[in-house]
Design a protein around this ligand. Sequence first.
Ligand SMILES: Cc1ncc(COP(=O)(O)O)c(C=O)c1O
Length: 421
Amino acid sequence: MKDTEMFKPFEKKIWLSSPTMHGEELKYITEAYETNWMSTVGENIDEVERMIAKKIGVEYAVALSAGTASIHLAVKLAGVKPGDKVFCSDMTFDATVNPVVYEGGVPVFIDTEYDTWNMDPVALEKAFELYPDVKVVVIAHLYGTPGKIDEIKAICDKHGALLIEDATESLGASYKGIQTGSFGKIGCLSCNGNKIITGSSGGFLLTNDSWAADKVRKWSTQAKENAPWYQHAEIGYNYRMSNLIAGVIRGQIPYLDEHIAQKKAIYERYKKGLEDLPVHMNPYDVENSMPNFWLSCLIVNSDAMCKQVREECDVSYVSEAGKSCPTEILETLLKYNVEGRPIWKPMHMQPIYRNNEFVTRQGNARGTSITSLETEANEECGLQLDVGRDIFHRGLCLPSDNKMTQEQQDKIIGIVRGCFI
Ligand SMILES: Cc1ncc(COP(=O)(O)O)c(C=O)c1O
């Protein structure tokens, strides 16, 4: 018999991931105010560009208004033109792929692998067999876990494709000691309100190419030409970071490693506290990668899933002794004033992208993919294993706020455990 009312609800909400301020942010904002550098120029911007470039190990970090702006200008730099197909991560937030469409490109979604929950290199190779002319690949490192970046990069090099790295969730994460965001020709970061460090908003475009950095600075400030008047020879954008936002980020950067250590401790505590349940934590390549542990997630073993049905925007489940599902766990957490979240719904399942191509290890899978190939008959019918759909069905994001105390986390672990009784 489940006992999902074993504790009292938390008085103050426990968030999925909320900003953690330290006080130095105010100093830099105040300096900007008192010296009247209240626009998109100023010392804070110069400093954060220098600090981020150094941290990531690239020549240039251009400060922009958002991660989405940086992905948009990355896609533009890559030369994507109307009608061009672009291979994109499938299980990600839609801001990874929308900028492709801003430029008239057509995202082709590449399925996910189970080892890191990122783009599957085998499916990517398959996609190049189907569409050898594709010249741009956009990958995300989901929840701060580096993907199989060596393999992805080698495939891109083999096919002469340019790699854009959406490292918006993975600031500070590394693979073989190298920071995510520095593997691709262009990298993108975000400092929005729920990221590991935040400016309330903001993003960076990362590159080693001085021409590209200058171009992005120009495009992001309305593409003004060097003339006595407003002269425009190409389309520009209002995408530059404000000196105030940069002040907040400047105050946060020294705390990045501390935040990562706190998030790692949260991940480890969940792992230990849930180890005897039929669930697994979001996995990573323990030998080669160091995630930033931005969000701790779990996936319920297939045989421990109670029935759960998701419609377009609605969901229902049937509670069952000894089993559970993401919906039951999320609803139970909410009863206790705790915020969790479903896994990001894969792009090929989204109404706006449902008609785009979707490539799995087996080939083009649009309209033929399912969560498990339990029977041979499924395979014989031409159905394909859809890893992203499966992780979305069985997985969820656990509260990962770095201000959550150990005591609060122990209670949350108890609540999750109660769902499996
Ligand atoms: C994977 C991914 N890509 C892109 C973005 C966009 O970043 P921003 O909110 O700074 O525009 C986000 C965050 O929202 C994200 O999680």
